[in-house]
Ligand binder design. Structure first.
Ligand code: ATP
Length: 326
């Protein structure tokens, strides 16, 4: 059995002068939840539309289970488009059955699947309503049901969490995790980085049409600068400021957060801390995904469609002051 992996390989796309995708490359593995993050206009939607064949790439290839994705393979993908794609005047259940049938499901199975997903996603009571009469959040639940109703082998979801209430976020998260547990590769885009950090097995950060960092959040952290959180009550302001290879990232009360450049010795910092007061805490800090994202994007992103430079997210010179010291 071939590896059930979705591969996006060096995909390129221009809209006139605008370079939307500039060699986009990543893969989503069997049973993996992959978070696709990037600034507005970075190329996420364009990538997803190309995977689905809604849009043609100028160059590059999308493969599923080792083979170029063709029409038949695309029918096995569950897709949630950013612009949403439901017929406003059609009843919810009829719509799901219709979509399942379009994907080749027999009528009875399509009905059973529609009912099961409406129940699972908490919208069974609205099954006979027109889609346009549902709240936006409920329309989104139905949209997810539409992506799932034909029992897809791959899930590609464009901002499935935007606009959902916390309960719906939980339901959506559970459903995506269950699909992964069944072996389905799931890729979704989102600007909700805390959610992505919590939920995803791997994350890809895209800037100006290409992947600038990908891996587990811990792997992305390992690429970056080492960070130390040190608490020294009563230390004078600026006590850690002139140490070689160290940058004070934030000060919060008695706590100072210091980034260490490669080769800098954390023991220098400890000695300095001990010289200025009692050291209550001295530990490694962990940058959040939001910080990793800002760092990767700030080193890589130019104007939309204009390449500035590329990097692996290891340059933290542009990291913001916001620091998670938890
Ligand atoms: N139909 C189009 N015509 C011209 N340019 C387009 C078109 N669609 C997208 N673009 C451009 O391609 C680039 C990538 O856009 P895309 O929608 O893929 O980004 P995105 O990462 O999904 O952004 P967002 O997070 O805002 O949804 C942007 O510069 C955008 O302006």
């Amino acid at each position: 059995m071939p590896d059930r992996r979705l591969e996006i390989d060096d995909v390129r796309k221009r809209y006139g002068e605008v370079v939307a995708l500039d060699g986009m490359t990543f893969d989503v593995r069997e049973g993996e939840l992959f978070g696709f993050v990037g600034s507005n206009g970075a190329g996420k939607t364009t990538t997803m539309r190309i995977v689905l064949g809604v849009l043609a790439a100028d160059a590059g290839q999308v493969r599923w289970a080792g083979r170029p994705v063709d029409l038949a393979a695309r029918r096995r993908i569950g897709y949630m488009p950013e612009e949403r794609g439901l017929y406003p005047k059609m009843q919810v259940r009829d719509q799901l059955v219709h979509l399942a049938r379009l994907h080749g499901m027999p009528a009875a199975a399509a009905g059973r699947s529609a009912d099961a997903w409406l129940e699972r996603l908490g919208v069974a009571a609205r099954r006979d309503d027109e889609v346009q009469k549902l709240s936006l959040g409920n329309q989104q639940r139905v949209q997810l049901a539409a992506a799932l109703v034909h029992d897809p082998e791959v899930l590609v979801l464009d901002e499935p969490f935007s606009g959902l209430d916390p309960v719906a976020v939980d339901v959506m998260s559970q459903v995506l995790r269950e699909k992964c547990d069944e072996g389905v590769p799931v890729v979704f885009s989102s600007h909700q980085l805390e959610l992505v950090e919590r939920l995803c097995d791997r994350v890809g950060i895209v800037a100006a049409g290409r992947m600038v960092a990908a891996g587990t959040v811990d792997e992305l952290r390992a690429d970056g600068t080492e960070r130390i959180v040190v608490e020294v009550p009563g230390a004078p302001p600026g006590w850690a400021e002139d140490l070689p290879g160290m940058t004070v990232r934030a000060t919060e009360g008695d706590r100072t957060v210091v980034d260490l450049a490669p080769g800098a010795d954390d023991q220098d910092l400890l000695r300095r801390a001990l010289a200025v007061g009692p050291v209550r805490e001295f530990r490694r800090g962990r940058p959040s995904l939001a910080e990793l994202f800002r760092s990767a994007v700030s080193t890589d992103e130019g104007a939309p469609g204009v390449r500035s430079r590329t990097g692996s997210g290891s340059d933290t010179a542009g990291a913001t002051d916001e620091v998670t010291v938890a």
